[in-house]
Design a protein around this ligand. Structure first.
Ligand SMILES: *[C@@H]1O[C@H](CO)[C@@H](O)[C@H](O)[C@H]1NC(C)=O
Ligand SMILES: *[C@@H]1O[C@H](CO)[C@@H](O)[C@H](O)[C@H]1NC(C)=O
Ligand SMILES: *[C@@H]1O[C@H](CO)[C@@H](O)[C@H](O)[C@H]1NC(C)=O
Ligand SMILES: *[C@@H]1O[C@H](CO)[C@@H](O)[C@H](O)[C@H]1NC(C)=O
Ligand SMILES: *[C@@H]1O[C@H](CO)[C@@H](O)[C@H](O)[C@H]1NC(C)=O
Length: 412
């Protein structure tokens, strides 16, 4: 008993000591760390924020008590930064200012500007802006071949993070994807904003791949490519309250292009609004190529306004004629629902469900669809191929009532 009492009381003393040292900003190194006040960062738009930020990160990450790094209001220049974990305690980055990237795409050695890597219990917040200054990059040729585009820096990379919150942050004019989420577990984007011109190439808003438990909530995305794109290995995603446009809509895929793709399983897209986008809600896979699977995908309570292809499953996705269009997709689609989707379509093909002839889509449901044409080109139509959807509620246009044209679907 005595030994146990001594052990407990000495633990208590240790605990009290560590609390008081954290409060006193002593050995714990936690608390609030201001990059300007403590590490000499300058909000002058030209002094590189990289070293002050990395120094602050080093101190905060080594702290045994929770730490918050603050980038105060002002405009900063940041060449590039990778913020690595693991950290000893929960860590936050509070960005109040605007952080600008080099405008010249040629100065980046890797396709990333700011990366967060292998951190647990991380929070990024504060109302700040990450400005990728992409205007010069947008004007360069070569994106359609894909190699040039893929080498451009992504504004924000979240790699292998667990329990992360990103709140009240803006990504502006990224040179490539705005956000890339890879290998994460339990990450939430809330009141996130993406802004880039409608004609900026390959600027997907939030791309998610190989991650489990990703939430994108109450987020506004204006960009030149998919607002949210979901790649292979994505599980348990919730996309709720996203407004999208301009942009290419909310997309799963493209799938089936690469070897060893992991299944997409469990995606709920709910309460979203799309305006002037080329697609609404979409699943796309390449003909021929590689096997894969995509199941338990639910699109619900979606408003579309002047959207070119509001509801689309496209298993003949073949931009830049990069595929064997006469082959069938090897990606198996099952348990897909479209419920309460209403608004206007800019093109007649409001509903288009083109499945693989060799696999066909299993358990597809269309419930309460009301889409009328926003332009003068005639009534909206609904087309289906290799699928017999379960139909309920209102159906305007009448489900699967129109023949399919011979031409393959266009790019993007
Ligand atoms: C998910 O992460 C958040 C922090 O963003 C945390 O509050 C929550 O407890 C985590 N959920 C689980 C199940 O670990
Ligand atoms: C629906 O989305 C809007 C944002 O567009 C949000 O304000 C609202 O809270 C969401 N509703 C629900 C029930 O999640
Ligand atoms: C949609 O496009 C039209 C025509 O270009 C424009 O007038 C309108 O403001 C756009 N709507 C939104 C919400 O961007
Ligand atoms: C609808 O979208 C088309 C192109 O997608 C655009 O040309 C047209 O101006 C838009 N109309 C309205 C009313 O927003
Ligand atoms: C499709 O849904 C049914 C019923 O909920 C379920 O039993 C089945 O496992 C699902 N299929 C896949 C591939 O997840």
């Amino acid at each position: 008993m005595a030994i146990q009492f001594n052990f407990v009381s000495s633990m208590l003393i240790l605990l009290l000591l560590s609390i008081s040292s954290a409060k006193g900003q002593g050995g714990g190194g936690g608390g609030v760390i201001d990059v300007v006040a403590k590490f000499g960062a300058k909000a002058d738009e030209k002094t590189d924020l990289s070293k002050p930020l990395l120094d602050a990160w080093k101190e905060a990450c080594a702290s045994t008590s929770p730490a918050t790094i603050v980038i105060p209001k002002g405009i900063y220049f940041l060449s590039t930064a990778t913020l690595d974990g693991p950290c000893k305690a929960p860590i936050e980055l509070q960005v109040e200012g605007t952080v600008k990237a080099p405008a010249d795409p040629g100065v980046f050695n890797e396709p990333k500007w700011i990366a967060f890597n292998r951190i647990e219990n991380f929070k990024l917040f504060g109302g700040g802006v990450f400005d990728g200054q992409g205007t010069t990059a947008y004007k360069r040729e070569g994106c359609e071949k894909h190699d040039y585009c893929d080498s451009l820096p992504i504004n924000l990379r979240f790699d292998f993070l667990t329990n992360t919150m990103v709140q009240g942050i803006t990504s502006k004019d990224s040179k490539q994807f705005h956000v890339n989420v890879l290998g994460c577990k339990n990450i939430t984007f809330e009141h996130f904003t993406v802004s880039a011109p409608g004609d900026s190439p390959n600027t997907d808003g939030i791309h998610i791949g190989r991650s489990d438990g990703v939430n994108v909530l109450n987020t506004e995305i204006k960009t030149g490519d998919d607002c949210v794109s979901i790649g292979d290995g994505s599980k348990n995603l919730v996309i709720n309250g996203v407004t999208c446009g301009p942009g290419h809509g909310i997309s799963i895929g493209s799938l089936g292009l690469f070897k060893n793709e992991e299944p997409v399983d469990g995606v709920i897209v709910k309460n979203c609004t799309l305006t002037n986008t080329s697609n609404g809600v979409r699943i796309k896979s390449w003909p021929g190529a590689e096997p894969g699977s995509c199941s338990n995908i639910h699109f619900e309570d979606i408003t579309v306004t002047n959207v070119s292809s509001p509801i689309i499953i496209d298993q003949k996705y073949c931009p830049w004629n990069k595929c064997k269009i006469n082959e069938e997709s090897k990606v198996k689609l099952s348990n897909i629902s479209f419920k309460n989707i209403h608004g206007t379509s800019a093109l007649p093909e409001a509903v288009k469900i083109i499945c693989s002839a060799t696999l066909s889509c299993e358990n597809v449901e269309l419930a309460d669809i009301e889409i009328t044409l926003s332009g003068p080109a005639g009534p909206a139509v609904s087309q289906c191929s290799n699928v017999k959807p379960k139909v309920s509620g209102k159906q305007n246009p009448v489900a699967c009532s129109a023949p399919i044209g011979a031409k393959p679907t266009p790019a993007a």
